[in-house]
Design a protein around this ligand. Structure first.
Ligand code: FAD
Length: 287
């Protein structure tokens, strides 16, 4: 099923993201965790793509397995940095053959050390979205950044670039994590002002360890409100208390989003079924 059709439903939807096994990790352990998330039967699931295509085969295998064994629609992430036009076409053929109808079109991060020009065939995700549209038969999603992409000069430019990505074929957008909903509401207003009218799905990251928050801030530069910083300072040394506090904080963000008219929420599960189950159970009278 296409994500665009799922998003047309009147009900509130909750979707979960998982990551596939890396070449170096134990396939069965990671698969078990991803399948544990699928058992919770979210409205759909996304499966990430390792930097530079390092998990390509596994992204597809996990996405296919989730669809076939649990009947949960999946979206496979795909990055284009360092990829060739031919390689992308082949990846799309493989997705089609595996029954995947949804793809998140991403540029990916610039590789730190790479031979040759990583942007020879693709500079931006919008070019990938255009190629996927030309390939046909796929519902295309894209990424967006309520606090601005780390490389962008300013958020205004970033939103103008986002419009190009939507014009190229993205039918919905999923946001980078944020810990202050006001940042999302503000972003949504500016996105709508720019004439972007596709669904914008907030991405919520339940933080269950202080190190997870540190790496989130390092990678995305996202703002951490004092309220959340105090929670991590207080409970960070007690793993069980931190997990519970992280689940409650993420749930609180989701309740506020729903109360403010947001119909679709994506949760970065980090392959932790117990965490997303905690969120689901806390919302069972709401969704
Ligand atoms: P783009 O949309 O191409 O934007 C990148 C930068 O280029 C931005 O600063 C933008 O403003 C600028 N730009 C865009 N178009 C133009 C233009 N025409 N002219 C000038 N500037 C332009 N990474 C992975 O490796 N694997 C994953 O599975 C993955 N999943 C993700 C899922 C989500 C929901 C999000 C938010 C991010 C994900 N990422 C993933 C990270 C992503 O690959 C990086 O953030 C990457 O740096 C940017 O990718 P993008 O698709 O947003 O790029």
């Amino acid at each position: 099923m296409k994500i665009s059709e799922i998003l047309l439903k009147n009900d509130v939807t909750l979707s979960f993201e998982v990551f596939p096994p890396k070449v170096t990790s134990d396939y069965e352990t990671v698969q078990r965790a991803a399948y544990g998330v699928a058992k919770l039967k979210p409205d759909y699931m996304s499966v990430t793509y390792g930097a530079g295509g390092s998990t390509r085969g596994n992204t597809l295998k996990i996405a296919k397995g989730i669809q076939e064994e649990f009947g949960v629609t999946t979206i496979a992430h795909l990055t284009c940095v360092g990829a060739t036009k031919e390689g992308i076409r082949q990846a799309l053929e493989e997705m089609k053959a595996a029954g995947i109808e949804n793809v998140l079109a991403l540029r990916g991060d610039k590789p730190k050390d790479c031979e040759g020009d990583p942007f020879a065939d693709y500079h931006y995700a919008s070019e990938l979205a255009a190629d996927i549209r030309a390939f046909g038969g796929m519902c295309i999603g894209g990424a967006c950044y309520p606090e601005g992409h780390v490389e962008s000069e300013n958020t205004k430019e970033d939103i103008l670039n986002l419009k190009k990505k939507v014009d190229a074929g993205c039918e919905y957008l999923t946001t980078q994590m944020f810990f202050d909903n006001n940042i999302f509401y503000n972003f949504l207003c500016r996105v709508r002002e720019a004439g972007i009218d596709v669904p914008v799905i907030p991405g919520i990251m339940p933080i269950t360890r202080p190190s997870q928050l540190r790496s989130a801030v390092r990678l995305s530069g996202c703002n951490v409100p004092m309220r959340f910083r105090s929670i991590v300072d207080c409970f960070g040394r007690n793993p069980e208390a931190m997990q519970q506090a992280g689940i409650i904080y993420a749930t609180d963000q989701i309740i506020d989003l729903i109360a403010n008219g947001i119909r679709h929420v994506h949760v970065y599960s980090m392959n932790k079924p117990e965490v997303v189950r905690g969120i689901q159970e806390s919302l069972n009278k709401i969704i």
